[in-house]
Design a protein around this ligand. Structure first.
Ligand SMILES: [Mn+2]
Length: 250
């Protein structure tokens, strides 16, 4: 019998609460909204801790990868000075996740990036970011709408014939918006899969090669109120089934 695909979630080093006796040390975390969404889509999720020396061994365990939301990527990774509007950065997360992504691509693993994860895909492939969306356009729509986590806040238009539009079979979607940075120039081999009404990039995907999709919104948080975003996770899991098949017959 076929096993369930294992989806590795790229870990994030985060601060430990000051009340803990271990508050001086960071924690490897993920939000359970990611793990529960992957379980609903038929996968076994595993958290990949930020251990640089174990990237190859960690990837041996995975049939696909999810790069989650998180803090800002240090602009040095896209060769730019840090702007005053850039948020807090943790370079160990950046270094680990960028290397994890590059190694996953070499192995042809399917990848889904969410929010920071989409930005990370773009940076890993040589693209750049707006360090705050107001720097792209001062009249842009509000994107740092942190009050309504589970509900749609603005619409996006999906590119015709994109993998994303095939995934949803719909030309537009209502999405939440919990980001203050945005994709600027596209990385190599990427194209735009969705755009917001103010012109901001809301999704990117790989032109060819293994499945690669990055979305700027938070589908895992929307999964807390409806299953409208489930196709994003099931598309990843379906691609990961091919990884299992290929491992078996290679
Ligand atoms: Mn947005």
């Amino acid at each position: 019998m076929s096993r369930k695909p294992v989806i590795g979630i790229a870990g994030t080093l985060d601060t430990t609460p000051a009340t803990s006796p271990f508050s001086a040390w960071k924690r490897d975390i993920t939000n359970e909204a990611y793990t529960s969404s992957l379980v609903k889509a038929g996968a076994t999720p595993i958290l990949l801790p930020v251990v640089q020396s174990e990237i190859e061994n960690l990837l041996d365990l995975c049939d696909g990868l999810l790069f989650p939301g998180g803090g800002d990527i240090h602009p040095c990774f896209y060769h730019t000075e840090k702007h005053g509007l850039c948020g807090e950065t943790e370079e160990r997360n950046d270094v680990f996740q960028l290397e994890l992504f590059k190694e996953a691509r070499k192995r042809n693993l399917p990848v889904l990036g969410i929010c920071r994860g989409a930005q990370l895909i773009n940076v890993a492939l040589g693209g750049t970011l707006h360090q705050d969306y107001s720097l792209r356009s001062p009249t842009s729509l509000k994107h740092n709408h942190y009050q309504a986590v589970t509900e749609g806040f603005h619409t996006i238009n999906l590119e015709q014939d994109s993998q994303l539009s095939k995934c949803f079979n719909n030309p537009s979607l209502w999405v939440n918006s919990l980001h203050h940075q945005q994709i600027d120039t596209l990385g190599t081999g990427l194209h735009i899969a969705a755009i917001c009404e103010d012109g901001g990039i809301e999704a990117i995907e790989g032109k060819e090669g293994p499945y690669l999709l990055g979305v700027q919104w938070h589908p895992e948080a929307m999964m807390r109120s409806s299953e409208e975003m489930l196709p994003l996770f099931t598309c990843l899991v379906e691609k990961a089934l091919f990884t299992i098949h290929n491992k078996r017959y290679s």
